[in-house]
Write a protein that binds this ligand. Sequence first.
Ligand code: AHM
Ligand code: MG
Length: 334
Amino acid sequence: MSNLNQSLGEFIIENQNEFKYSSGELSRLINSIRLAAKMVNHKVNKAGLVDIVGKAGDTNIQGEDQQKLDVYANDVFVNGLVNREIVCGIASEEEDDFLSIKGRKGKNENKYVVLIDPLDGSSNIDVNVSVGTIFSIYHRISEVGTPVQLEDFLQPGNKQVAAGYIVYGTSTIFVYTTGHGVNGFTLNPAIGTYYLSHPNITFPDKGNIYSVNEGNYVHFPQGVKDYIKYCQKEEEDRPYTSRYIGSMVSDFHRNMLKGGIYFYPQTSQSPNGKLRLLYECNPLAFIAEQAGGKASDGFGRILDIKPTELHQRVPFFSGVKSMVEKAEEFMAHY
Ligand code: AHM
Ligand code: MG
């Protein structure tokens, strides 16, 4: 049952004691992301009105053109976190390297690092389709008070303290977990407050939606091709419905609520797929598991992968547990 009387701010305070390292720091951090997301939401909503869509001219580390809203969203999240001095380091999909935050007094005693994809699916902005923000939070492993190190960011996803996403869709929803289930908060734009609209989200036991860019079919490994054929076969509760927005957060969100699987596999040209382990897959994998779903690279658990680089890519299969397991079964044949 949704509780539209409870705001995200109240929920964070009420549940503060659940946090492993409870000192209010993590609550402040999530609060800060919540505020930055409101600013980005405001801008995304105006994307068709102002001259902000289109390429900014920069190219990010993956060699892709950045759009203006990507740059804006990156600035808002990074500056929000830097200025409020609640983290010691940030890594962003839009930045080549991680940022170490010194703190005004020259010493930063904060314990958390944040990894963020500030605006995912940004090629959808020009055509008025949903985009999202994804974030992931870890407790640093290097000594508090010293500059953050690469190792603080290269932790396996099973060490995440919290993770979440925001979908800027028909309405804006903030979904997150601190390892105690998944909750979703819908923004009431009239008053600028997120309310608990989706308490304790769980995947349905069964699903009938598959989401994949089938245009890449010829480049997929045989296991993926066979799984797609399985989804399309007329048998039992199949064929499944195909739904692909091309905005991972929205595809994931729909499949979590309605029951489905999202996958972005390796292709003959991209042996590790397209998606980034640290900024996209780990946070969604944490949420998937917390909601009773599953996330895999086709062979094993995403959250157990030991990252080796910041912008590492990985094949990604996530959704209803039984559906991901079926995909893994097909992958194991080859
Ligand atoms: P981005 O981080 O450059 O926006 O790319 C990630 C996005 C995902 O949101 C989406 O699922 C996928 O790329 C779509 O890729 P494709 O167009 O190859 O299907
Ligand atoms: Mg992205």
